[in-house]
Structures are given as C-alpha cells and as structure tokens.
Write a protein that binds this ligand. Structure first.
Ligand code: MF3
Ligand code: CO
Length: 292
C-alpha cells in the first residue's frame, strides 16, 4: 500500500520541493480527467526536468547522427554503409545505438526503402539506387537516456513525382501531429490531425504499428496511434515524452512482416510508404522537439 502524499511532503518527482509547490496541482487536474473516464498518464510517464534535460542531450546526438547520414548518403552506397556511419558517429559521441541487440535486432539503425514500411535491416547486398526513397531511423542511448527520430532521404536528390509527393505529405502529417501536442488535449487529437492530412491526400496511415513513450527506455507506454479519433487516447500532460512517427502508405494501410528475418515490414500492395519521426516533450504551453 502507498501512503497518500500530503501537501508538505516532498514531491514524488524527486525535485526536493514540497508537493504543494511542485506536482500537486497538476496531479489534481489529471485526476479530474480520470474521473471523467479519460486515459491519463501515471507518474512514471511524466518526466522531471532533469530527465528531459538528459533526453535532450541524447536527442542532440541523434540529430547529429542523422545529419551525418544526410551528408554522406548517395546512390551506389549499400545500406550496411549507413549502419557503419551511424555506429561510428554514435560511439564517437560517447553514446550507444539503441537498436543494436534490441529484442534481437542485429544492426544499429533501420533503413527502409520504397515499399518497406519500417525495420529494414542494413545489408551489404542492398544498394541504394537513384530515386529510391529511404527512411533512416536512428535511436540513441546517452547516459541512460533514449531518443528516437527518423528522416526520409531521396537518393540522388530526385525521384518520381509520386514518391516525392509521398515524402512531402508524410512530413506534413508529422508536422500536423506536432502542432496538436499541447497539455490538456488528447493523443487522439494529434492522431486525428495526422490521419486527416493523409486521407486528404489520398493516402493511408498504418494502424498496427505506432509510436511510443521514450526516454528512460526505448519503448515505453503509451502506445501512440495515428488513426485514433479526436478526444480519445491518453491525456497529454506536461512532462510526457513520446514519438510522432506515422507510417504513411501511398496505397492500402495493409502490411506484412518478412518471415525470413522477422523484422522488415512491407506494404501489402507493394506501393511505397514514407515515415518521418520526432521525439517530443509536452511542455506547459505546447511541446518541445527533442530529436528530429
Ligand atoms: N526506431 C524504431 C522506432 O521508431 C524502433 C526500431 S526497433 C529496432 O520505434 F529494433 F528495429 F530497432
Ligand atoms: Co520510435
């Protein structure tokens, strides 16, 4: 059994401040939403300032690693070379690539090309071709803090108008989601903004795979949907940290997993898929992007 925290007790967050001058008012507000039947974050899902500072430092490395990939990616390069770029830049920064060994994942980064939705495994045998669209998904552990972001690259700089539009709209979907991240709204409000923008452009959003809380572990609760309706899913409260990473398909939302490696996800209809990802923290009046 846990004793109720009294006003003058130290706050549960470890700030050293009294509860009444720290998280007490926020807890009361969250409780009000819970009483109305909403899903609300637990204390463990609300990060302290120190933790967010740590995730931000991790995110800076994640951004630098993606910038490094951006500077070197070119046609004729194998995806194993991207893996080496990521591993070297991460280690050089004093950090660890989070994917390596995660649930048995064999590499330091995911590289997903064209009709691959996510979790493409870098290989010496996969050579980037002019006009390929590739998602490079980087995740970093620095001083115990996790960050996660991904970007799309158009190999060689130009591609078909169809692929180019998909890459652009997928980015706009992520941005539409980011614009809805503010306290006392719901994750479903963010999801609806993402999904509406995809639908308006004739695209679909993958349902089975979503985002996640992140920071003290790679994948934390809550699961983050990008197809949920407005007003549903978890209440957003200051201090929550999660990813916005909708997978946008040119055709059907249906997907399948490659049986031969147990990881790589493809679109069922073979049409292309695109994804951009950020790690965001909910602030008092909106959000802060911690990794891009
Ligand atoms: N980075 C992916 C995400 O956005 C997770 C990849 S899991 C891995 O959540 F093991 F494949 F790295
Ligand atoms: Co992620």
């Amino acid at each position: 059994m846990q004793k109720k925290i009294e006003r003058n007790d130290p706050c549960w967050c470890g700030s050293g401040k009294k509860y009444k001058t720290c998280h007490m008012r926020m807890d009361e507000k969250i409780k009000g939403y819970a009483l109305e039947g909403h899903i609300v974050p637990e204390h463990g899902q609300i990060k302290t300032k120190e933790q967010i500072d740590g995730i931000r430092e991790s995110g800076k490395i994640n951004i630098a690693v993606l910038d490094h990939v951006a500077a070197h990616i070119r046609p004729g390069m194998c995806t194993a070379e991207i893996d080496r770029l990521v591993e070297e830049k991460t280690r050089e920064s004093g950090a660890i690539p989070a994917p390596l060994g995660f649930e048995g994942y064999p590499k330091s980064v995911c590289t997903s090309i064209n009709d691959q939705v996510c979790h493409g495994i870098p290989s010496e045998d996969i050579i980037l071709q002019e006009g390929d669209i590739v998602n490079v998904d980087v995740s970093t552990i620095y001083k115990g803090y996790f960050s996660d972001s991904s970007r799309m690259f158009i190999v060689g700089g130009t591609t078909t108008p169809e692929r180019e539009r998909l890459v652009r709209v997928a980015k706009e979907c992520m941005e539409a989601g980011i614009a809805q991240v503010k306290p006392w709204q719901f994750l479903g409000d963010m999801a609806d903004a993402v999904n509406s923008h995809a639908k308006e452009n004739g695209y679909s959003i993958v349902v089975e795979i979503g985002g996640h809380g992140v920071g003290l572990e790679f994948h934390e609760d809550p699961f983050v949907s990008y197809v949920a309706p407005k007003g549903t899913e978890m209440l957003m409260a200051p201090g929550m940290v999660f990813t916005i990473e909708p997978m946008v398909n040119a055709g059907t939302e249906e997907i399948y997993v490659d049986d031969s490696n147990g990881w790589t996800v493809y679109t069922e209809d073979g049409k292309p898929s695109a994804q951009w990802e950020v790690t965001v923290a909910v602030t008092e009046d909106g959000c802060e992007i911690l990794a891009y």
